[in-house]
Design a protein around this ligand. Structure first.
Ligand SMILES: [Zn+2]
Length: 457
């Protein structure tokens, strides 16, 4: 009997509702609160202190309170918001507390989660619901191990998720076609795996044709990262199924953004998928790849693979789609957690207004903080005697998050010359909390999209 037949797969459904009760400044979670006899009641108050780099709605505290509730059966959550503007962050925080993926035989804690928001705006509730659904789907993909979610299966799930979306096209470039297209960064990382690498391009076009320059999101989709021939240690490798978290966020944000409706410009999502594996076909240290940008890269560390797939993704986006804005999202460096912590993703951005818009979006609960943007200080780290650059830095204590990002930026020169705005988001640490994915990035990308016109982008 197949493993999948013997277990009970658990899908908690988050349902958002309007006003139920009127009071303020606390969240109350209760089991069976609407049945005649309430079997359990759990009350949680949010912390009083909330610093200026945190989200005012304190979604982390909502998620933590709900995760600590160990009851079984359906669950009702009543969110008593201190301010109506907290609705999106609070609703998303509930979604983060209920990861879907498990292959456990035992029944999970809750079947359905009803959330009462104290909000009369049904359209706002619908939009929050779509983002919450995206957060859960994203976390489900990230939590799924690579023996189930390899690249071909990931491509299939993408096709399933976008099928039926209006005005959306999908293009899949996979295996040796990547090499023919010049996408040798992605091909070089993924060619050793049994499942061939792929770049998936999702594009939304306006029904009446293009209006304005597109926004393009690019996500790192390493379905497993062994490190390649520069192999990780036995303690460093577990958890590397999550190295596709950036692409999962980009995918689920794209689906939510299209389902929300009201898009007034073209939007594309590019998912750079590969399994960084080991075989006789694996890329070796010392190999040189000619990237999509035309630049050459001497590989000195096969475990610095995310930047290779992203460099191809952003360069392809810039040339083929002529966007005004490129945002890439990736679990790129362990250094990110050291630099900006487990809650804030690190941002590296060539455009002050775009950076400010992204940081302001902490209101959605996906926190960010900038790292220095100064390419002239970082170029020397990648100096190579035989190629345009190496793929890994000489000095690991020199602004490592910025340097890793700048490697990607090195492949965007024509885009920068044309005035393009680029934001790189390294979300290696906030993409998970303990052993569970958080769905980080879905809310941030959706809300940042709404901010771009005000930022002049
Ligand atoms: Zn790696």
């Amino acid at each position: 009997m197949a493993v999948a037949d013997t277990i009970m797969k658990f899908h908690p459904t988050i349902r958002l509702h309007g006003r139920w009760h009127r009071t303020n400044s606390a969240i109350i979670t209760s089991h069976n609160v609407f049945s005649d006899v309430a079997s359990r009641l759990c009350v949680a108050a949010l912390p009083k202190a909330c610093s200026r780099h945190n989200c005012p709605a304190q979604p982390h505290a909502i998620t933590d309170a709900l995760k600590s509730n160990k009851g079984r059966g359906d669950l009702s959550v009543i969110l008593l918001l201190a301010h109506p503007s907290h609705a999106a962050a609070a609703g998303c925080a509930v979604a983060r507390a209920f990861p879907r993926y498990a292959l456990k035989r035992e029944r999970a804690a809750a079947a359905n989660v009803d959330v009462y928001m104290g909000c009369d705006d049904t359209e706002a509730l619908r939009q929050i619901g779509l983002i919450a659904e995206g957060i859960q789907t994203c976390a489900e993909l990230v939590d799924t191990p690579c023996n189930i979610l390899n690249v071909p299966e990931y491509v299939r799930r993408v096709q399933e998720l976008v099928s039926g979306l209006p005005n959306v096209t999908i293009r899949v470039i996979s295996g040796e076609d990547l090499e023919k297209e010049g996408l040798r960064g992605i091909y070089g990382v993924g060619k050793a795996a049994v499942g061939p690498p792929a770049m998936v391009v999702l594009s939304y076009t306006l029904p009446g044709g293009a209006v304005g320059k597109p926004v393009v999101w690019v996500g790192k989709g390493i379905v497993y990262d062994t490190g390649g021939l520069s192999i990780k240690s036995k303690d460093g490798m577990p958890g590397m199924k999550t190295d596709m978290g950036g692409s999962a966020a980009v995918l689920c944000a794209f689906v939510a953004a299209v389902k929300r409706g009201g898009l007034n410009r073209p939007l594309s999502a590019i998912l750079c998928m590969a399994e960084n594996s080991v075989s006789a076909a694996a890329t070796r240290p010392d190999d040189i790849h000619v990237m999509y940008s035309g630049k050459t890269v001497e590989i000195n560390n096969t475990d610095a693979e995310g930047r290779l797939v992203l460099a191809d993704g952003v360069a392809w986006a810039a040339k083929q789609l002529q966007p005004a804005v490129i945002v890439d999202m990736a679990t790129l460096t362990g250094a990110q957690g050291v630099a900006t912590g487990h809650r804030h993703a690190a941002m590296y951005c060539n455009n002050e207004k775009l950076e400010a818009a992204a940081q302001a979006r902490r209101q959605c609960g996906d926190l960010t903080f900038p790292v220095p943007y100064a390419p002239e200080f970082f170029a020397a780290e990648f100096a190579s005697a035989v190629a345009d650059m190496k793929n890994s830095v000489a000095c690991r204590s020199n602004a490592q998050v910025s340097c890793a990002a700048q490697f990607i930026g090195n492949h965007l020169e024509p885009f920068f010359e044309a005035g393009g705005a680029w934001l790189h988001i390294d979300m290696a640490a906030p993409s998970h909390q303990g052993p569970r994915a958080t769905g980080y990035g879905v809310a941030l990308l959706c809300q940042l999209l709404d901010e771009l016109p005000a930022a002049g982008l």
